[in-house]
Design a protein around this ligand. Structure first.
Ligand code: PEP
Length: 260
């Protein structure tokens, strides 16, 4: 089995104007010998708002840093006011976050819709980061495995998955709350997810699938998450808006922060 290259992904959500986005990009790129793309052994992905995708892409041109949309529609074109199609997104980005809990919670995205989005993203050469995770109530009711099972099975049903597909485990109670999951909780969920991918797509895909943890990841906990057997990186919200924090998380995810 080829080693899984970990991912450090920053979701900027609906934050940063153009000037602030430029500043963050400059800070991540400078000083040149300590820039984010110089960190070895990790795939960095940045997900700015749609209007800033092209400028972020241009800042990082030639560095290997990937740029992602935070969402997209499943259809190629049509009368869907306010939406962005996979074809349009693929012209400017190579990754896309799908099924983020804020999309599920505030924009009524369900697993069936996500199945269509994952299918469309792959058809357009985009690399999806599919987000799954349970609410506080679901965890308290001991339904975490059942929820993950429904989300993964339905979102991936009938899809021919690439061997390096990416899924982010993001428990809702940990997102933006400052209360991260424990490494043990995250590992247990990631193992469930890898098992579901194994059932759905076989050993090659399951062994190659990158599973990220997201939810209040910070420089001081990123390394512990990344060290778990089934966790291959982090999806980062708030801490990705600060260059030093995101750089430190990226180093921790790459395992290259020792001695710093
Ligand atoms: C997220 O929104 O995907 C996220 C993980 O946010 P935060 O890191 O701020 O908890």
């Amino acid at each position: 089995m080829a080693p899984r290259i970990p991912i450090s992904a920053g979701n900027w959500k609906m934050n940063l104007d153009n000037e602030a986005a430029d500043d963050l990009c400059h800070a991540l790129l400078l000083p040149d010998d300590d820039a984010i793309h110089q960190v070895e052994g990790v795939q960095v992905v940045l997900a700015p708002g749609f209007l800033q995708i092209e400028r972020v892409r241009d800042h990082f041109a030639g560095t290997g840093v990937g740029v992602a949309g935070q969402n997209m529609h499943a259809r190629d074109s049509g009368a869907f006011t306010g939406e962005v199609s996979p074809a349009q997104l693929a012209e400017v980005a190579s990754w896309v976050i799908l099924g983020h809990s804020e999309r599920r919670q505030y924009f009524c995205e369900d697993d069936g819709a996500l199945n269509g989005k994952v299918t469309a993203a792959l058809a357009h050469g985009l690399r999806p980061i599919l987000c799954v995770g349970e609410t506080t109530q679901e965890r308290q009711a001991d339904r975490t495995t059942a929820v993950l099972t429904r989300q993964v099975r339905q979102a991936l049903d009938g899809i021919d998955l690439p061997h390096d597909f990416v899924i982010a485990y993001e428990p809702l109670w940990a997102i933006g709350s400052g209360q991260a999951a424990t490494a043990e909780q995250a590992q247990a969920a990631a193992a469930v997810i890898r098992g579901l991918v194994r059932d759905a797509a076989g050993n090659d895909v399951a062994d190659g699938c990158r599973i990220l943890y997201g939810g209040s990841v910070k420089p001081d906990n990123a390394g512990e998450f990344a060290a778990q057997t089934d966790i291959d990186g982090a999806l980062v919200g708030g801490a990705a808006l600060d260059d030093q924090n995101f750089l430190a998380i990226t180093r921790a995810v790459a395992g290259s922060d020792q001695g710093r």
